[in-house]
Design a protein around this ligand. Structure first.
Ligand code: PLP
Length: 463
């Protein structure tokens, strides 16, 4: 045993690493996280103390190391409560998967699977075969190919059919979706030349006709997912573009973006074109996302004419853009749910949240009100207020869904930034609660709150 040093230098009064590692309070850390991470954390804690010219005994250093380890080993990506009012929030991961989809991906991720193997024949197969039949049935298209996301689907189509060639697109459809996806940039990167036609608000069939030349590869329509052009406008009906494309021997491609498989009007939601409609309107290829209104995993789906789809599948880029087995299984399970549309709102979280009755959300708000008010006593007043949710992720940009929010307004000595602090306190909860700030209040739109007891349980941790 070393005698306690009487030196005035605090660093020399810190315990040695191995003494801390042998201390009773360090053993659980080693047990939980492993010897190497625990040793590193102890060293780092000692270095911090030395830098701060502070003193601590073995237990004190162990406590510091424990805090470091907890922060370091905490998962970076974790659950949050999405109370933003945007159901398909890209920053919060878009669609929440159905239980069936989670189970399907789990079962193939934890074991070998027949991903590219035909069990009956004992021969090599194609991964997209697992969903091709479902997509044919649900969209009326001849064939399908699956990639990482819809941006990849658009890149694959352009690169396959229009490399070194021209693609006329209406100026009203040169979209930007969330930062990096800008149609003109994507076209350039896919190796094709964009030919802008028409104007922002009006494009006519003659604009398409005038743009077609020797180097034209295809005609393309891009669904205006996240905005609407209103007023004095003209959009050429898809059927007319399709007829023109056919007469010139060119493929007609429709980037639908969200592209759902059933008409949402059936559940009282606004109409958004379905993939089947796009095919019926004459598109030779339709591209859409798996994790927008479809409610599945992130992926990009291209459906359409077999000859074109085969060309896409043969492009070496397909190999770079292909979907992994877990998401492919989740997609297959999600598509299977569509076989029974009657039970879709009950099974598919995206549709369940979108079709949630306002009265149901209001009842939830009233149940939560006392607990939230109590947790915020003296800090904020809480009221139940009507609000409007949006679908998000470039779906139905203009339409809003009637919903109900808890509106939290700071009270007392209100300084500037009080509402930001309130929002930060909710984000600091064990399962962060993400709301939106509006009119000086923090609004918690309850449309997407399903784990009511989990939400209430953690209010006690509110700082
Ligand atoms: C969302 C969207 C995309 C991009 O799809 P991701 O799945 O996000 O890659 C492309 N085109 C349109 C029209 C869209 O709405």
């Amino acid at each position: 045993m070393r005698a306690p040093s009487l030196s005035s230098d605090p660093a020399s009064r810190l315990p040695a690493v191995d003494r801390v590692l042998r201390h009773a309070n360090t053993l659980p850390l080693i047990e939980r996280h492993g010897r190497l991470p625990a040793t590193e954390a102890v060293r780092a804690a000692l270095a911090d103390l030395r830098a701060a010219k502070a003193v601590a005994d073995e237990a004190g250093v162990a406590a510091l190391a424990g805090r470091r380890l907890a922060a370091e080993m905490a998962p970076s990506q974790r659950r949050v409560f999405n109370l933003t009012g945007t159901v398909l929030h890209t920053n919060l991961g878009r669609a929440v998967l159905a239980r069936e989809a989670l189970e399907a991906s789990d079962s193939v991720l934890g074991a070998p699977s027949n991903l590219e193997y035909v069990v009956e024949k004992g021969a090599r197969g194609e991964r997209d075969d697992h969903v091709r039949g479902w997509l044919r049935k649900l969209t009326g298209a001849e064939d399908a190919v699956i990639v990482n996301n819809n941006a990849a689907a658009v890149v694959l189509v352009l690169n396959t059919l229009a490399l070194g060639k021209e693609v006329p697109v209406s100026r009203g459809e040169l979209i930007e979706i969330g930062g990096a996806f800008r149609m003109p940039d994507i076209m350039a990167r896919a190796g094709c030349a964009l030919v802008e036609i028409g104007t922002t608000n009006r494009t006519h069939l003659r604009d398409y006709e005038g743009a077609i030349g020797e180097r034209t590869a295809m005609l393309m329509k891009v669904h205006p997912s996240n905005y609407a052009v209103v007023g004095f406008t003209n959009v050429v009906p898809e059927k007319e573009i399709a007829t023109l494309a056919r007469s010139k021997g060119l493929p007609f491609v429709n980037d639908l973006g969200s592209g759902q498989l059933v008409d949402l009007e059936r559940w009282g939601l606004p109409h958004e074109p379905t993939v089947r409609e796009a095919i019926e309107q004459g598109a030779d290829l339709v591209t859409f996302s798996g994790d927008k209104l479809l409610g599945g995993p992130q992926c990009g789906i291209v459906v359409g004419k077999t000859a074109l789809v085969r060309q896409l599948a043969k492009n070496p880029l397909k190999r770079a853009l292909r979907l992994d087995k877990g998401r492919l299984a989740a997609l297959e399970a999600t598509l299977r749910l569509y076989a029974d549309p009657d039970r879709l709102p009950e099974k598919l979280p995206t549709l369940r949240l979108l079709t949630r009755a306002t009265a149901d959300i209001e009842a939830l708000a009233k149940r939560l009100l006392p607990a939230v008010s109590a947790a915020l006593a003296n800090r904020a007043s809480v009221t139940v207020e009507p609000c409007r949710s949006q679908i998000g992720s470039g779906s139905l940009p203009v339409d809003r869904l009637a919903s109900v929010a808890l509106s939290l307004t700071p009270v007392g000595k209100v300084s500037g930034g009080a509402v930001d602090k309130l929002a930060a306190a909710f984000r600091a909860l064990p399962v962060p609660v993400i709301g939106r700030i509006e009119d000086g209040a923090l609004k918690l739109d309850l449309r997407c709150l399903e784990d009511e007891s989990g939400f209430i349980a953690q209010l006690a941790s509110l700082q």
